[in-house]
Design a protein around this ligand. Structure first.
Ligand SMILES: N[C@@H](CCC(=O)N[C@@H](CS)C(=O)NCC(=O)O)C(=O)O
Length: 130
């Protein structure tokens, strides 16, 4: 199976969310830097929004759908809890922040070492942009 390819931009917070899932789970991935509504993005997202994902014959859009797919498809710490009640309390619209003790990998804050790693990857993928 090829590495998941995230097509988007390091300047996009939604793209970075998906990258964070890969970093958290130590998934080897490729970040392909593209501008908004690039043909490669429009081929997957009907409105040309980023990020989109290609993984083998899987094509996905919407950051949460991509994050969920990656979380379920790869080994490593789960970023979404299996308990639906916990998912609800961790969602932005659901109100309270996730108790980190119950699900240490799913908070609204980005673990600093992951943020540093994403930035390093971003600089490699798009020198001059970051
Ligand atoms: N709900 C989408 C939002 C994605 C989104 O809005 N991405 C921005 C870039 S950060 C974008 O593509 N904007 C272009 C547009 O809205 O036309 C997701 O979670 O993936």
């Amino acid at each position: 199976m090829p590495k998941p390819e995230i097509i988007g931009s390091v300047r996009s917070t939604y793209t970075r969310v998906v990258c964070m899932v890969c970093e958290e789970k130590a998934i080897q991935y490729v970040l392909t830097e593209k501008p908004l509504r690039a043909p490669e993005i429009l081929a997957i997202h009907p409105f040309g929004k980023m990020p989109v994902l290609r993984h083998g014959d899987v094509e996905l859009f919407e950051s949460k759908a991509i994050a969920t797919y990656l979380d379920r498809s790869f080994a490593g710490p789960h970023v979404f809890p299996s308990d639906p009640h916990m998912c609800r309390s961790g969602s932005r619209s659901g109100g309270r922040q996730h108790p980190r003790s119950a699900c240490p990998n799913a908070g609204n804050s980005c673990n600093r070492s992951i943020a540093v790693q994403i930035s390093a990857n971003a600089r490699r993928a798009a020198p001059g942009l970051v």
